[in-house]
Write a protein of this length. Structure first.
Length: 229
């Protein structure tokens, strides 16, 4: 089966994040090149993840590098460390893992097969273990970040812990990553909205980016339910 082109919904997300960044720049009178580049690259990345395309890692490399810098400036040290020391190397590990699981770089390479990665899913027992482990890690991480002076310790801990697990599940091509991404994206929207009220740099553009991430993660869950059958 050959891979389908981007759907209308995918184009809505891509065009939407570009248009939103332009409107935001006009309304604020400030062209945020760093934030906008991170947001657009990030949405391109997650759209391609939802499609099961290995090229998501190329755009992911751009996004995580810039997002680490933006998070550090906003004193969100959990997110900054997550992107610099985990997401960045995981782009290379994920590329390697997806190649092992059959993701092709082009239709010519794949031949008559799909260029998409071969997805899989957990058992219900494994999902319970995943839930309990994530909950314990979020609580523990929240207290550590609170001690370090993080202004939003438990939200920052939740996005950090769940993103670490979700990124690993993504590299290993498990469908359950999308449930964690949905939760992470909701918390991240709230967290960056709070940053907007504090006047943090790039915060408005990050709200736009995470909103489009959330829309994509809902679609990603739908697509990967089919891919993992």
């Amino acid at each position: 089966m050959k891979t389908k082109v981007l759907s209308l919904y995918d184009w809505f997300l891509i065009v939407g994040v570009i248009a939103s960044n332009i409107v935001y720049s006009v309304l604020t009178g400030n062209v945020d090149l760093v934030g906008s580049t991170a947001a657009i690259a990030g949405v391109l990345c997650v759209v391609l993840v939802a499609k099961g395309s290995i090229w998501n890692y190329a755009f992911g490399l751009v996004n995580v590098s810039m997002y680490a810098y933006i998070s550090y400036k906003a004193s969100l040290y959990g997110d900054a460390g997550l992107n610099a020391f985990y997401y960045l190397p995981m782009q290379f590990i994920g590329w390697w893992q997806w190649r092992k699981r059959g993701a092709a770089m082009s239709q010519a390479e794949a031949g008559e097969r799909s260029v998409q990665v071969k997805a899989r899913r957990f058992t219900w027992e494994q999902r319970l273990i995943l839930f309990l482990g994530c909950a314990a890690a979020v609580i523990a991480g929240g207290y550590v970040l609170k001690y370090l002076g993080d202004p939003q310790p438990f939200k920052d801990s939740a996005t950090t812990v769940l993103s670490i697990v979700a990124q690993a599940l993504m590299a290993l091509a498990f469908m359950e990553q999308w449930a964690l991404w949905i939760i992470t994206n909701i918390i991240s929207v709230v967290m960056w909205c709070i940053c907007v009220t504090r006047g943090d740099a790039h915060a408005g553009v990050m709200v736009i980016m995470w909103t489009f991430y959330l829309l994509n993660s809902i679609n990603g869950l739908r697509v990967w339910l089919r891919l993992s059958r």
